[in-house]
Design a protein around this ligand. Structure first.
Ligand SMILES: C[S@@+](CC[C@H](N)C(=O)[O-])C[C@H]1O[C@@H](n2cnc3c(N)ncnc32)[C@H](O)[C@@H]1O
Length: 382
């Protein structure tokens, strides 16, 4: 009924039906998301903000429960009993009667108690996480590379677990998109904030530069060496010669600050400053995600503004391809709501927790490539 009324252009009539549907656990996320969109359309932004929060807090639907179970069971069958037990626990928290999850959890816990510490070779995405950890890139103490700035940027510094996970999941996706890093000698990060990514890439021996409209991040957060690698510049007018870079990145939703016309100039400038065959990597917030929460420091008003500027992956893909880029592809990541990030940390934060989130993403996108995550990564070749 709600969908029919919304389809007929009557969001005010539809919204109550969506709220009623939101009482049903499997429909909760999509129903509250639809209610929020109706509130936006009738000009009730505060109600929309609350309804978007309801959607983001919704527990897993049937499909999500099935995926959690499948992942936990696979880990159990691979002999990874401790990790499997943690996954079963998340599932049990939502549905203690789910198939044989309770018995499997008990079996996994018993296996952990019996076993001597496992020695195993890590491969796949988990190996990438371990490598980032070995290079100190997941360190969340002291001066943090994922802190954006000091004034406007300082509020990013004390980010919660969900924000940290999003930034780290993004970092993993970046390296997956890049492939072997020794193929890149020079890079430019557009919207570089505190020069987080230039510093990350420097640890891999890439000579990295950054530009941002604001220099607040570099003034307070980084030393002179990094200030010399930074310029105040607009990503749509780059002060660099043609073909200067092997890699251009534009991360954590910086592209969502741009209008359609600005994005056209952005792609054109990136195309000019990349060498032929060079790589562009852009990470953006996905408007198709039902449990979108952005980063926690955004106020409801900022989140609403951001929401109004989001571009779906297929639109960004065609804009990029129309600007002459090749092999344009997108990948979803953070395909789960925040409660799963923060609620699933029984085994501790850090690399082990990140590795399981990466695995969960792989599980979800492996089954459904178009499953929308909170973010997506676009990768293309010049
Ligand atoms: C969410 S922060 C991302 C910071 C950084 N990319 C990171 O991931 O840590 C977005 C940044 O984009 C910058 N920005 C917005 N519009 C821009 C533009 N047209 N050109 C360059 N930077 C821009 C903002 O000043 C801000 O520092």
């Amino acid at each position: 009924m709600g969908q029919a009324l919304r389809g007929r252009g009557e969001p005010g009539e539809a919204v109550g039906y969506f709220q009623a549907a939101g009482a049903s656990p499997p429909l909760r996320a999509s129903a509250w998301h639809a209610a929020a969109e109706c509130f936006e359309r009738i000009g009730a932004p505060a109600a929309a903000a609350i309804a978007f929060q309801q959607a983001a807090l919704a527990g897993p639907g049937r499909e999500e429960l099935r995926q959690l179970y499948h992942l936990a069971r696979r880990l159990q069958e691979e002999g990874r009993a401790g990790e499997a037990a943690d996954r079963f626990e998340i599932l049990l928290a939502w549905d203690a009667t789910y198939l044989d999850a309770l018995a499997r959890h008990a079996a996994c816990r018993a296996a952990v108690a019996d076993a001597s510490p496992p020695i195993r070779t890590v491969s796949g995405p988990a190996a990438l996480v371990r490598e980032l950890d070995d290079r100190g890139l997941l360190d969340t103490g002291g001066t943090r590379l994922d802190a954006y700035d000091a004034t406007f940027y300082l509020q990013f510094e004390n980010t919660g677990a969900a924000d940290t996970a999003k930034k780290q999941l993004e970092m993993v996706e970046l390296f997956r998109a890049l492939g072997p890093v020794d193929g890149y000698r020079t890079s430019l990060d557009i919207g570089s904030g505190t020069m987080r990514y230039p510093q990350v890439l420097d640890r891999y021996g890439v000579r990295s530069f950054g530009v941002d409209l604001s220099d607040a991040g570099v003034r307070v957060c980084v030393d002179g060496r990094w200030q010399r690698r930074f310029a105040v510049a607009d990503g749509t007018f780059l002060p660099f010669r043609d073909g200067a870079f092997d890699l251009v990145s534009c991360m954590m939703g910086t592209v969502n600050h741009l209008s359609a016309a600005q994005r056209q100039r952005f792609f054109s400038e990136v195309g000019r400053t990349l060498r032929p065959g060079g790589r562009l990597v852009v990470s953006a917030w996905n408007p198709d995600c039902r449990f979108q929460t952005f980063l926690s420091f955004y106020s409801p008003q900022e989140a609403a503004d951001l929401r109004g500027r989001l571009v779906p992956p297929d639109v960004l893909t065609s804009e990029c391809a129309r600007s002459g880029f090749h092999d344009v592809a997108t990948r979803s990541f953070c395909t789960f709501p925040d409660w799963l990030i923060t609620g699933g940390s029984a085994s501790g934060a850090g690399a082990a927790h990140l590795a399981w989130l990466v695995e969960l993403d792989a599980e979800r996108t492996g089954r459904d490539r178009s499953a929308p995550g909170q973010m997506f990564m676009l990768s293309a070749r010049r």
